[in-house]
Design a binder for this molecule. Structure first.
Ligand code: ATP
Length: 444
């Protein structure tokens, strides 16, 4: 392992996409029919990784705090919601088409007046609403137009009064939600970075007006720290403040948490001071007074809202990109995902060195049974040991536990570390404790 030459970095999106498909993290949706643009399915490993990302967010944002409640609102909402929020009027990208190569671009993503691909002439910008429309009700002529939600946030705002009443909360407090969102994106590509169906993890943190700027600063730090705590390298993350002309219609201030993706710096999460915009608009349109009574001050007011809004799919992509490592070991290339153990889809793989020795196989099965519970531990004997290690390295399994013929007499097995490839020989009965301590506190 000492002769290993690290070549971290310089990963290309195609390396990640290939690995994801080959190993079963992410597939193109409805692939057997040729797929559908920018919609993705998570395979056996992807579903575990994504779940671990969501669970880690929920732990940090809800379980570790005393000032946040959870919510799971529906995707379909009364369309008045989108009138109030401004999405029907202004949730649109300005687009330009190239008269030469016919490609379409978002105005805010190009500089200059010529096509960035072929240098051709561009059309005037046109507005394109990003919401997917469908109907509720089956009787022709009586169906109502509704939208697939383009963000989860509005589900929280329309439930503000409900959550406040049942939780008896005082400001400041937050409501956290994870769920699907849909946008009919025009410029797609870059694998799962910009999808038409994706998941968001959003917190709406309600504060007293005047305390908003303090809380805004707090959430900038808190969110950066979450990504770092799960292994993203600091130098691959940065905060970028929105210019006045980029700010969303509802925002007083906004920062993007940006990650250094293979195509360059791009948004991972948006943190916005949404002021009292949404609650006030919903109050106006619904006729329900969405205010907070401050008993200590003896007054009612509309809270301000600080919103950290992240995309789970983008976070999954960032964790994969940042974890991707290659090195040369004994003149052979080794690829491994140095994922934080908390995120790794499989925590340990139990491998028999000789699958034609029934006692070895039996001991390996017993060991796997002993280790199971709370997280994914697998048994694999479908290849020779070198190949089995390579497979586990490439999917980010932190530990492999190998049972060999000597194990039968001395009761010991080999625990191999994914990143260092170091091997420890320990009592089989101790493996559970050793893994627990190395995997961290979540593995209780
Ligand atoms: P972009 O400018 O990249 O389209 P946005 O500023 O419109 O993103 P927000 O409305 O702030 O995005 O949404 C919050 C988060 O939701 C984003 O930071 C991103 O992680 C995620 N997100 C938004 N759109 C998509 C998408 N089409 N695919 C995947 N994730 C998305």
């Amino acid at each position: 392992m000492t002769e290993a030459k690290k070549t971290t970095g310089n990963v290309e999106m195609k390396d990640i996409a290939n690995l994801c498909k080959r190993r079963g993290f992410i597939f193109q949706d409805s692939e057997i029919y040729g797929g559908i643009g920018s919609v993705w399915d998570y395979g056996p490993l992807g579903v575990e990784l994504k779940k671990n990302v969501k669970d880690s967010w929920w732990e940090r944002m809800v379980y570790e705090r005393t000032d946040v409640e959870g919510l799971d609102a529906a995707i379909l909402m009364n369309p008045e919601t989108w009138k109030a929020s401004g999405h029907i009027a202004s949730f649109a990208d300005l687009l330009v088409d190239c008269r030469g190569c016919k490609k379409r671009f978002r105005m805010d993503k190009i500089s200059g007046k010529e096509c960035p691909e072929c240098g051709g002439e561009l059309t005037e910008p046109r507005s394109f609403n990003l919401m997917f429309k469908t109907q509720v009700g089956s009787v022709e002529g009586q169906a109502q137009d509704v939208y697939l939600r383009p963000e989860t946030a509005q589900g929280i705002f329309v439930n503000f009064e409900n959550v406040l009443t049942v939780s008896r909360r005082k400001l400041p407090f937050g409501v956290a939600q994870i769920g699907k969102a849909f946008r009919n994106e025009i410029t797609t590509g870059n694998f799962i970075f910009r999808s038409r169906e994706f998941e968001q993890m959003e917190l709406e943190f309600f504060v007293k007006p005047g305390e908003d700027e303090k809380w805004y600063e707090y959430w900038l730090g808190e969110r950066m720290d979450w990504y770092c705590s799960l292994g993203i390298r600091k130098e691959h993350l940065r905060l970028r403040e929105h210019r006045k002309d980029e700010l969303a219609h509802y925002a007083k201030k906004c920062h993007d948490v940006e990650f250094l993706f293979p195509m360059g710096w791009a948004e991972l999460e948006g943190i916005a001071n949404r002021t009292d915009y949404d609650l006030k608009k919903h109050s106006e349109l619904s006729g329900r007074d969405l205010v907070y009574f401050d008993a200590a001050a003896g007054e009612s007011y509309t809270p301000y809202v600080i919103e950290p809004s992240g995309g789970i799919d983008r976070a999954v992509l960032a964790f994969l990109v940042d974890a991707y490592r290659t090195e040369v070991v004994r003149e052979r290339k080794r690829v491994y995902l140095s994922l934080a153990p908390r995120l790794a889809p499989i925590k340990a793989a139990v491998l028999p060195l000789l699958k034609n020795r029934p006692e070895v196989v039996e001991m390996a099965h017993r060991l796997r049974d002993d280790l199971k519970g709370g997280y994914r531990v697998i048994y694999d004997d479908t290849a020779a040991i070198g190949r089995l290690y390579r497979r586990q390295d490439e999917i980010g399994t932190p530990f492999c536990v190998t049972v060999d013929v000597d194990s039968l007499s001395d009761g010991k097995v080999t625990v191999r570390d994914r990143d260092t490839m170091e091997q420890d020989r320990i009592e089989a009965s101790q493996v559970k404790n050793v893994l627990k301590s190395r995997l961290g506190s979540f593995s209780e």
